[in-house]
Write a protein that binds this ligand. Structure first.
Ligand SMILES: Cc1ncc(COP(=O)(O)O)c(C=O)c1O
Length: 409
């Protein structure tokens, strides 16, 4: 089935279950190019300026309505609605097909998971790695993508090699070269983020995947900060596995993620979830949460219908505004790529001076200004991060920048 007809089929199935009419734009949603989605489409607390989609995205009312309809339907007759070819099970299959079309892969190459971390754990556990093997990653990975490898290493599994990527490293060719030099004879997997969660740098994943392929190494990409933020086509990237979140930039239900495993990589990555097909229920992981799957499908559908070019343009304009505003605040040092840099994405981060407690600043921004930001206090960076998405406006960014300026004195 082609991606297009797949998507059409899926849309019909999801809409049939959710009762949402085809082509219906929810009230209050501005679908015009470059315009923010109306805040009323979300359930934010009154007056909140939410600039932390990089941690968790809001779930639009339309997606929540679809899930609520699915919950209601499920309870009419739980077994009949779920097991085997129950309508909700079919809807979950259709949702997976929608998400697959959005990522450019086949539905039979995609699993629905609970999160990015869950997807990474699942794929790592499905690899036959021994104590003699090695995994190559970077010092900029999120814990959600490193727990799996370090856990295996602790239990006598593969050694983990880590290459440094500094915020100033914005030469894609030099980064790929660093990976090339670090591959050793027993390197079995490269594990790298598509978009780095702290700096927001877009990594040259297609080139890294090509390198991995040429050296017989499996390439695993953590797409937590990418899917729904930038266009993702896993076939064009050419990686063996891709693990995105459903609950960040895609704005799907909290507690959802996806896992793509390339058909040809099935021998190298064979998680237990695939033992009984991809079904979200009655398979090798037991009964799943079908309404979440339905919501994920609607979120993927809606993001695809809007188009990633529009999403990216909207978000880049806002992040550039945030960058320029933050860069003018004395004592803040920008660590994200400047406007116009091909590595720049919607995540924009700055380093705070050592005498500023990032937790206290975050609390002050929320308590006094109702601005939700992210502080990266746990990591190498004493940092502040803003991550604007579709629903944000220039006024949101200006409010946040003014609040930071004020709190920093
Ligand atoms: C790059 C990256 N990977 C993984 C994760 C973990 O995401 P999840 O909660 O979906 O497991 C995050 C969360 O911020 C992230 O930024």
């Amino acid at each position: 089935m082609s991606g297009k007809s797949n998507a059409r089929h899926t849309r019909r199935a999801v809409l049939a279950v959710t009762g949402l009419a085809a082509g219906l734009a929810p009230a209050g949603v501005a679908l015009g190019a470059g315009r923010a989605q109306h805040a009323s489409e979300y359930g934010f607390a009154l007056g909140l300026t939410y600039l932390n989609t990089g941690s968790l995205g809001p779930t639009p009312r339309r997606v929540r309505a679809a899930m609520e309809a699915a919950w209601t339907e499920l309870e009419l007759n739980p077994v009949a609605m779920t097991y085997n070819d129950g309508p909700l099970n079919l809807s979950a299959d259709a949702a997976r097909a929608t998400a697959a079309a959005f990522m450019g892969c086949g539905a039979d190459e995609l699993l629905i998971t609970r999160s990015t971390t869950d997807a990474m754990n699942t794929l790592a556990a499905g690899m036959r790695l021994t104590a003699d093997d090695r995994v190559l990653t970077t010092d900029q990975e999120h814990e959600g993508a490193t727990y799996c490898w370090t856990h295996m290493a602790r239990r006598g599994g593969p050694a983990v090699d880590v290459i440094p990527i500094a915020p100033a490293d914005r030469d894609p060719a030099a980064i790929v070269e660093r990976f090339a030099r670090a591959i050793r004879p027993r390197t079995r997997a490269i594990s790298v983020s598509h978009v780095i969660s702290t700096t927001g740098h877009r990594m040259p994943v297609a080139e890294i995947a090509a390198l991995a392929r040429s050296r017989g190494v499996i390439c695993v990409v953590d797409g937590a900060q990418a899917l729904g933020q930038i266009a993702v086509d896993v076939k064009a990237i050419g990686c063996d596995a891709y693990a995105p979140a459903g609950h960040k930039w895609l704005m799907g239900p909290k507690g959802t993620g996806l896992l793509y495993i390339r058909q040809g990589a099935r021998d190298a990555i064979d998680p237990v979830q695939l033992q009984d097909g991809h079904r979200f229920v009655n398979n090798s992981v037991g009964v799943g949460c079908l309404p979440l799957a339905v919501g994920l499908g609607v979120a993927a559908h809606d993001m695809g219908a809007r188009g990633m070019a529009e999403v990216e343009a909207h978000n880049l304009a806002l992040r550039n505004r945030a960058y320029q505003g933050l860069a003018r605040i004395p004592r803040l040092r920008m660590v994200s790529a400047p406007p116009g840099d091909p590595m720049a994405t919607a995540l924009v981060a700055a380093e705070l001076p050592a005498d500023i407690d990032s937790k206290a600043l975050r609390a002050a921004l929320l308590d006094r200004h109702k601005v939700v930001s992210k502080m990266t206090e746990k990591r190498w960076l004493n940092g502040l991060r803003l991550s604007p998405h579709l629903f944000n406006t220039e006024a949101d960014v200006d409010r946040a920048v003014a609040a930071v300026r004020r709190e920093m004195g």
